[in-house]
Write a protein that binds this ligand. Structure first.
Ligand SMILES: Nc1ncnc2c1ncn2[C@@H]1O[C@H](COP(=O)(O)OP(=O)(O)OP(=O)(O)O)[C@@H](O)[C@H]1O
Length: 217
């Protein structure tokens, strides 16, 4: 159950012209592996995540989420696919301030009728802090809860946006290690967008995005 982008092109209106944010991008992220997407500001990283999340429809090309082609799906079908198959970890953990770590996960589980959230908190090293609210947690701990929450619906695809930007070096490295180990344990296809090349030794594939084009290495 992989994530595949085939020759994806995305443009935005730019005055009288169009700006090409993604230019014939090919990406294959097999299940149980992490692909890091690295590139300078404006190279198209957020656009790539938005297309992979099915939040933005490309001008052309094909997106397959967990082997399901999204082309031609209506909004309702896309929303169902996102809920069922895609986990998203945003740069800033947008946790609900009034809820404890355990409750953040249970809300998601309740919405989707899933169980087993305590195991997920333990997996990200947060079992003992499960009763704490976001303001009682460090940035790294909040990011751990955020990652666990993204896994509640047992997604096939995990999309992670700059998870280390607010963390120091050691905590950033620990978060990337955690993303890698949970990716393997859950067999998800993970895309990790980052401008920070420091922590990428353990990932399976690194692609450079330059002016909307992928350069593999
Ligand atoms: N909604 C939009 N309308 C017009 N142009 C846009 C829009 N969103 C992004 N762009 C442009 O598309 C290009 C790619 O932007 P994108 O946000 O994907 O880059 P990025 O690599 O994520 O950048 P950063 O690291 O700064 O977040 C940039 O030139 C940007 O200005």
């Amino acid at each position: 159950m992989s994530l595949i982008l085939r020759s994806v092109t995305l443009t935005y209106p730019d005055g009288d012209r169009r700006l090409t944010a993604l230019d014939a991008v090919d990406l294959h992220v097999p299940a149980g592996t992490v692909t890091a997407v690295v590139g300078p500001s404006g190279s198209g990283k957020s656009s790539l995540l938005a297309v992979a999340a099915t939040l933005v429809r490309p001008d052309s090309g094909e997106v397959l989420v967990g082997d399901t082609p999204v082309h031609g799906m209506d909004r309702r079908a896309l929303a169902a696919l996102r809920r069922r198959s895609i986990g998203i970890v945003f740069q800033q953990p947008n946790l609900l301030p009034a809820l404890t770590a355990a409750e953040q996960l249970r809300v998601m589980a309740h919405l989707d009728g899933r169980r087993g959230t305590a195991d997920l908190l333990a997996e990200v090293g947060m079992a003992e802090l499960a009763h704490r609210r976001p303001h009682q947690l460090s940035g790294g701990q909040r990011q751990r809860v955020n990652i666990a929450r993204a896994l509640v619906n047992r997604p096939r695809v995990l999309l992670v946006d700059e998870p280390t930007s607010a963390l120091d070096h050691a905590r950033g490295a620990a978060i990337v290690d955690l993303i890698t180990s949970t990716t393997r344990a859950h067999g998800v296809a993970t895309v990790l967008v980052t401008h920070d090349r420091a922590h990428l030794a353990g990932v399976d594939q690194v692609v450079d995005l330059v002016d909307g084009r992928v350069r593999s290495r």
